[in-house]
Design a protein around this ligand. Structure first.
Ligand SMILES: [Zn+2]
Length: 204
């Protein structure tokens, strides 16, 4: 929070409408979870919104611009989606941030959302080794290479439905690398749930 935030009433991070950190119109961009096609990931992949418009703005505001007030909304949306992705009890495994990015953002943003989901356990078992670059601008192959062997697993989730939680699915490289690393550690990922996705919906 900056000094300006304390002086000004909040405005919607999606559309700038004053009076709320997130207005009802922008929240409407997020719906019930939709299955999406992401070749090579393994478990079913679900998203709450397409990565465009207000949904994209809200995710970026939370992730890059420190709009902390949005955590409660994201937490509630993820909680509402869990019934669709598998039976309880649920354990959320937040997709890991690069260490430098997490430092710049004042913490790991997906961990913060996972902790706001009051009906699920959180297992922060994934970490990125040093040397992972920012994936912006990288091709699908470069993204895979960037993460190759660099997702580390420390510990195990509780038994139950294990859900990998990510902010944006673009090529699926991050989700795929996380699922593979978990599998190597003997942990099955039952589903991947993303706040937003740039992938097409699964037909039918
Ligand atoms: Zn709005």
């Amino acid at each position: 929070m900056t000094a300006l935030d304390l002086l000004l009433p909040p405005s919607c991070a999606g559309c700038d409408r004053p009076g709320t950190p997130c207005c009802a119109t922008c929240l409407d961009d997020f719906g019930p979870p939709q299955r999406i096609q992401v070749p090579g990931v393994g478990p079913p992949v679900w998203t709450l919104a397409a990565y465009r418009g207000a949904a994209r703005e809200l995710v970026l505001a939370f992730k890059e611009r420190g709009a902390r007030a949005l955590v409660a909304w994201f937490g509630a949306m993820v909680a509402a989606a869990l019934v669709a992705v598998g039976p309880r009890p649920w354990t959320l495994v937040p997709a890991p941030s690069r260490r430098s990015a997490a430092r710049d953002r004042g913490g790991d943003h997906m961990l913060r959302i996972a902790r706001a989901v009051q009906i699920a356990d959180v297992a922060q078992v994934l970490r990125l080794a040093p040397g992972v670059s920012d994936s912006v601008g990288l091709s699908a192959g470069e993204r895979r290479q960037n993460l190759e062997g660099r997702v580390q697993v420390h510990g195990r989730p509780q038994p139950g439905t294990t859900v990998l939680l990510d902010d944006v699915i673009t090529t699926g490289a991050t989700a795929s690398a996380c699922v593979k690393a978990l599998r190597r550690a003997g942990v099955r990922t039952h589903a991947v749930l993303a706040l937003t996705s740039a992938r097409p919906a699964q037909p039918g």
